[in-house]
Ligand binder design. Structure first.
Ligand code: NAD
Ligand code: MLT
Length: 528
């Protein structure tokens, strides 16, 4: 199979080299598609690689039935409809580290250029003026830099500002006193940071919560003559409020790399001499572009070939070490989910997955997702995958419980999946036998030893002579060949079960006919 990859924003050729080299990958580069053209183009691609220019809307995702992965060569994923991606089982990966340094360097360059009015002086000089009076700046030494958002880039900016002998005060909901102490900065509330800064630099993502974070009210809190830098995302700073604050003299200057709408040309902010700007260039260095393209290319290849990624955005990250431990359980957990979904009668309301023994020592979330995938696939089809299984379960209203017990009585590892519907609870347990693969070892209260694959018939009957023979005779009449059989009972003459492995799915034969036998209580045909 050849994976089709579409690249719609300019990416470093050196960075995508591994993707070009990868076996079974075909690359198409189309960097000037309109939104409508992208909708027409996307339908046969397995992967889409972008930077910040391409808008990956719900319509784009829903027009791409084969799409499995979106790679964002950069940090911000605000140009991707993440909910639509998750709902449609499309994994989104980004390259969070590759451009941190470049973005921090650009921020410091903007801050210095702003403080010293370098772009304005250069334009004047280009206009053949030798003006040494209009461009008197200020030093940054001993000034306070207020940092809003102290993640990767904010932290690097803070460290550089310290090197410039600035005082730094930062606000980030996740900033601990220890981290602030280590960086030699002061931790403050948003209000304290806005009040304290001679310069303020924004480094949050653009989220619902950060949209218009810096608005008219925020500007009122700031010092008169404050200077603002935004190399994070347009929309975090309200552009109309910034314009008014500059015109009123509250804000002495602003350095902007990002804008509410890009391309940003002809905006009134650009008419103000106090504003300097670059066209979203903070990450535009040879090093950063190569690095982010390498990172996303590697994730695309790895995901499509082995299902592994380093930098997932809409799925919890799974380390290689953890993957090595949990991957052997994937087949078993999916089969347990599929088994119980076929056993139950009615709509699942609650699923409980209990991990016992060795497996309880791992982060089992990938296994829970996998179990849910198996459970939902029967009704929702191949559309269900690791990315959307939990989302779909939540949407349906299924309560998912996860329990762990480090000890087991008889197995080194045991996983029990129970599903509750209005009609009661059914459960199935499985174990992974060293070198032999998975086994179903218990169904409800009955112990069995069944390989979880192929076509099965589960029969609950009265333990009495001839019951097994009668079932065998009826199936033989229907030309259904029994390949293997397991029986289990709680006590002699009591409730018992048969697990029949048959050569072909029972197809047109209605297994419920077996119930016409007096000693058969319940029959279920299963396909794993
Ligand atoms: P990051 O995730 O490492 O850091 C973001 C920080 O913001 C986190 O620590 C988070 O806790 C914090 N935060 C979230 N909500 C907040 C709030 N309401 N108030 C204060 N802090 C809040 O991301 P990063 O890699 O440092 O990137 C920061 C920003 O820079 C992002 O918006 C990213 O898209 C942007 N970026 C822009 C360019 C560019 O070319 N201009 C390049 C790289 C990154
Ligand atoms: C980012 O979020 O990484 C930046 O927007 C960089 C970019 O892609 O230009």
């Amino acid at each position: 199979m050849t994976f089709q990859v579409l690249i719609t924003d300019p990416l470093s050729e050196d960075g995508i080299f591994p993707l070009r080299q990868a076996e079974n990958f075909e690359l198409t580069v189309k960097t000037d598609l309109t939104n409508e053209e992208l909708l027409d183009e996307i339908n046969h691609y397995d992967a889409l690689l972008i930077r910040s220019q391409t808008s990956v809307t719900r319509a784009v995702i829903e027009s791409a039935p084969n799409l499995k992965i979106i790679g964002r060569a950069g940090v911000g994923v605000d140009n991707i409809d993440l909910s639509a991606a998750t709902e449609n089982g499309v994994i989104v990966v980004n390259a969070p580290d590759g451009n941190t340094n470049s973005a921090a360097e650009h921020t410091m360059a903007m801050l210095t250029a702003l403080a010293r009015k370098i772009p304005q002086a250069f334009i004047s000089l280009k206009n053949k003026e030798w003006d040494r009076k209009s461009f008197v700046g200020v030093e940054v030494k001993n000034k306070t830099l207020g940092v809003v958002g102290l993640g990767r880039i904010g932290s690097e900016v803070a460290a550089r500002a310290k090197g410039q002998r600035m005082q730094v005060v930062a606000y980030d909901p996740f900033l601990t006193s220890e981290k602030a102490h280590k960086l030699g900065i002061t931790k403050g509330t948003l209000e304290e940071v806005l009040r304290a800064g001679d310069f303020i630099s924004i480094h949050t993502p653009l989220l619902k919560e950060t949209k218009n974070l810096i608005d008219e009210e925020a500007f009122k809190l700031m010092k008169d003559g404050v200077q603002l830098v935004n190399c994070a995302r347009g929309g975090i700073v309200n552009e109309d409020a910034l314009y008014d604050a500059i015109v009123s003299g509250k804000v002495a200057g602003a350095a902007l790399d990002v804008f509410e709408e890009e391309p940003f040309v002809g905006h009134k902010l650009l008419t103000l001499p106090q504003v300097i700007a670059t066209p979203h260039l903070a990450a535009s260095t040879i090093e950063a572009q190569e690095s982010v393209a390498i990172d996303v290319s590697a994730d695309v290849v790895s995901f499509l070939t082995h299902g592994l990624v380093q930098n997932p955005v809409n799925l919890p990250s799974v380390s290689k070490e953890l993957m090595g431990k949990v991957a052997p359980f994937f087949d078993l957990t999916e089969k347990l989910g599929a088994f119980v979904s076929q056993l139950i009668d009615g709509i699942v309301e609650e699923v409980t997955i209990h991990y016992y023994g060795d497996v309880a020592g791992f982060d089992v979330r990938p296994l829970t997702r996998n179990t849910l995938k198996g459970l939902l696939k029967g009704n929702l089809g191949d559309h269900v995958n690791d990315v959307n299984a939990k989302y779909l379960a939540d949407q349906i209203g299924i309560t998912v419980n996860e329990h762990k017990t480090s000890t087991t009585k008889s197995f080194t590892n045991l996983i029990t999946v129970s599903a509750r519907t209005k009609h009661g609870e059914r459960s199935v347990s499985g174990t992974l036998l060293n070198g032999l693969g998975g086994r179903i070892v218990k169904v409800d209260k009955y112990y069995v030893d069944v390989v979880p694959e192929g076509n099965l018939i589960f029969v609950r009957h009265q333990d009495q002579p001839g019951a097994i023979g009668r079932v065998g005779t009826i199936l033989a009449k229907e030309n259904i060949n029994i390949a293997a059989m397991q029986v289990g009972r709680t006590n002699i003459g009591g409730d018992a079960i048969m697990m029949l492995t048959i050569d072909e799915y029972v197809g047109g034969y209605d297994v419920n006919q077996l119930k016409e036998l007096d000693d058969i209580f319940d029959v279920t045909a299963l396909k794993l």
